[in-house]
Design a binder for this molecule. Sequence first.
Ligand code: UP5
Ligand code: MG
Length: 201
Amino acid sequence: FSPNDVTVVFFLGGPGSGKGTQSANLVKSYGFTHLSAGDLLRAEQVRSGSQYGDLIRDYIREGKIVPMEVTVALLSNAMAETLSTSPPAAGTKARFLIDGFPRKLDQAVFFEETVCPSELVLFLDCPESVMETRLLKRGETSGRDDDNAASIRKRFHTFVETSMPVVEDFRKKDKVVTVKADLSPEEVSRLVQAGIEARGL
Ligand code: UP5
Ligand code: MG
C-alpha cells in the first residue's frame, strides 16, 4: 500500500500506562484501526508453524525488544490486510493507531522510511509506582508471561533506557501530545480526545 492511503498515530507510554484501555475508546470515537505491537507479537508467538515463537516468548519475558524485522513485518502485514478487507472511502485515508511501537530509535526511523511516516505521537505519562500496581493486579488474572514482579522491573528498565529516547526524539519534532495517565480511565480518555482534537486529527 502507499503511505498516501494511511494516517498513522503512534501510541506510546510505559508498561501499564493504559495504552490498550484508551485505544478501545479511540477506535469508537475516531474510527481508528487499533494495532497493538505486543498483541501481534503474542499472537505470532502461539501461531502454529511460526519460526519466531520461542524467540518472542524469551524476549517478552525478559522485557527486551524483539528484533524489529519481526515486529515491522507483523504491523505492515496487518495494515495491508485491513486496507484490503475494508478499504477507506474514496478521498479518505485509513487511520491506524499503533500501540506500543516504536520502542527504539532505529525502529522509528525504519518504520517511517519503509512503511509510513507518523502524523502524531500520543504519549501516556504515568509514574512507575502506579504502573507497577496496575500490572501486578492484572497479573493475578492476565496469564501474561511478563506480568510478574521480575519481568515488570525489566520492562521498566527497557522503557526508560531505550523507549523514552523515542518519545524525546519525536518531541523535538513537535509531534508529541503528552497526556497525564494516573487518573481515572474516563479522565484520561477526555484528555486524550482533547489532545487529538487540538492537533486537528
Ligand atoms: N488500567 C488502565 N488504565 C487505567 C486507569 N486509568 N486507572 C486504573 N487502572 C487502569 O492497562 C494495564 C492495566 O491497568 C489493566 O489492568 C487496566 O485495566 C489498568 P493497559 O491498558 O493494558 O496498559 P498498556 O499500556 O497497554 O500496558 P501493557 O502491559 O500492554 O504495556 P506494555 O507496553 O508493557 O506491553 P506490550 O504488549 O506493548 O509489549 C509487551 C512486550 O512485547 C514488550 O515488553 C516487548 O518485550 C515486546 N514488544 C516488542 O518487542 N516490540 C514492540 O514493538 C512491542 C512489544
Ligand atoms: Mg497493551
